[in-house]
Design a protein. Sequence first.
Length: 326
Amino acid sequence: MKIKALALISGGLDSLLAAKLIHDQGCEVTGLHFKIPFCKLNIKESFPDIGINIIEEDIGVQFLELLRQPHYGFGSNMNPCIDCKILMFSRAKELMPELGARFIITGEVLGQRPMSQNKQALKLIRRRSGLDDLLLRPLSAQFFPPSLAEKEGWVKREKLLNFNGRIRTPQMQLAKNLGFDDYANPAGGCLLTDPCFSKRLAELLSHNELNLENLELLKIGRHFRLGNDTRLVVGRDEGENNRLLHLAQPGDYLFGPQKDLAGPTALARGLMNQEMIFLASQVTSAYTDTAGLDKIEVLYRQVPAAKDSVHKIPQLPKERFTYLFI
């Protein structure tokens, strides 16, 4: 009977290579992909077929709690990488009995990430997650003491690697040798490493508005702070306009220009009064192609109402609202 291993799959190249190396040593590998609100990845579509089954688990709610006050802090942006890994590794350990796994595989490479993949951080994550020698990092295994899988002879240590540092040439060469031509970017697409998104997220946290619904809004549009408890999101193209219509919740306000003009859909969320409704209409007008008209009609309604109200707005420049821009 094959020894079963559980491989944490981010969707990037390193986790792909790690899973493949252990699979090729004769172990039965199951991939585990954790879904969080900050990664735009369909793992089952993007991950190459290497003969392993992939399961997904959504840890969005737990991740938001972590994000409010990460024990080990943030990286260069709003990325709590050490706390993130401890959360994921701890949960993976809990799933081991259910999946029949004897050890855990990750694609971590010593020295690749300054915050979470230096030797001290890797040791900390291993200990705090409770995995200890249940954890095997195949790409850098030669730099660490033998794991349980190596000591038990489930995998051969001499077939494990000594990748080190931020240069990715060894991984790319290995991928080529293994026949992989198409794989995800190194960062795995995490929005928390993006400075612009991180700025918006920090602003959201500062107003105690962190929840899964508001996070979806952060991913699109131009954002304006109308009041301490009120945010306006203005779509930048047809796709974002449609997305805002889809994300609107009861109590939100939707704004848009009169039907014969090209312009954005805008969504306001939070405490609204007549003054803020008018301000949101003005911002919407500023991003509308007014076709030379002195005034345009901005239609608005509170979800779930079907009937629009109207503000007639003079043409206003975008620069007038820069002080509101997040």
